[in-house]
Design a protein around this ligand. Structure first.
Ligand SMILES: [Zn+2]
Length: 254
């Protein structure tokens, strides 16, 4: 069913939420746009204007590593101070009730954690851009640490002081393999759900499309909240094509 208006959407969603035992939200860029974080993949988005740096290029050249960090710090100036939106806060409220054991996300912006969901309960399929790791020894580095060295050398990406490895934001780049542990946890969560809610994702990019299908096959109810139609609207029990913040705001616990 496609909800005819916002009121019906909220009412139908409330019924589904109330009758569910285990709710697993799956989020994409759309939940963060009201926080000022652009959807890189959308038409006119950053990635359609600037070619992303492939993982193989990052490994192969210091120049690519420098450029990658230059872009990352430029991004910080634009939306480094982003705060969780209504969608994030609603999901944090569901999590706080114990009904949603965790969130699976395609986002790298850390806003689910910032909204109060414990890090270990946020499954990040594409990693996290708010900190960095060494690609060899996995040591964690905070961005101010990287920035200080980057600026001190006139824009050269620093190497790991422990092992000399390359330091990269903890994101999954184009050409980099999906994080296996996160994929496994996402699958476990999906199979535990009797209500699976996809929010702000076009559900096109693999593996995004796989989890809702898996949930549906496992007989979960399946809801899609997204401004635009998605590839999976036909198999959803409820489709809401409305503003995500407006749809989820009534679910924020006060
Ligand atoms: Zn290292």
């Amino acid at each position: 069913m496609i909800a005819p208006d916002l009121e019906t959407a909220v009412e139908s969603l409330r019924e589904l939420v109330e009758s569910a035992r285990v709710i697993v939200p799956f989020t994409g860029a759309g939940i963060s746009t009201e926080c000022g974080i652009p959807d890189f993949r959308s038409p006119g988005g950053l990635w359609t204007k600037m070619r992303p740096i492939d993982f193989s290029d990052f490994l192969a050249s210091q120049e690519a590593r420098d450029e990658s960090w230059r872009r990352r710090f430029a991004m910080d100036e634009q939306f480094g101070g982003a705060a969780p939106g209504r969608g994030h806060r609603a999901l944090a409220s569901l999590y706080a009730t114990g009904k949603a054991p965790g969130v699976v996300t395609q986002n790298i912006d850390n806003l689910h954690q910032a909204s109060g969901i414990a890090s270990e309960h946020v499954v990040e399929l594409h990693g996290n851009t708010t900190y960095a790791t060494c690609l060899d020894c996995a040591a964690r580095y905070e961005l101010p640490w990287v920035c200080e060295r980057f600026q001190a050398t006139g824009g050269v990406a620093p190497a790991c002081p422990r092992c000399g490895g390359f330091i990269k934001t903890a994101t999954v780049s184009f050409g980099q393999s999906m994080p296996e542990a996160a994929m496994r946890r996402a699958e476990q969560l999906t199979l535990s759900a009797d209500l699976f809610i996809a929010i702000g994702s076009s559900l096109v990019v693999w593996p995004a499309a796989g989890f809702p299908v898996m949930a549906k096959r496992n007989r979960a109810r399946f809801v899609i909240i997204n401004r635009e139609p998605t590839e999976l609207d036909d198999i959803a029990d409820l489709v809401v094509r409305d503003d995500i913040g407006a749809v989820l705001e009534p679910f924020i616990a006060t």
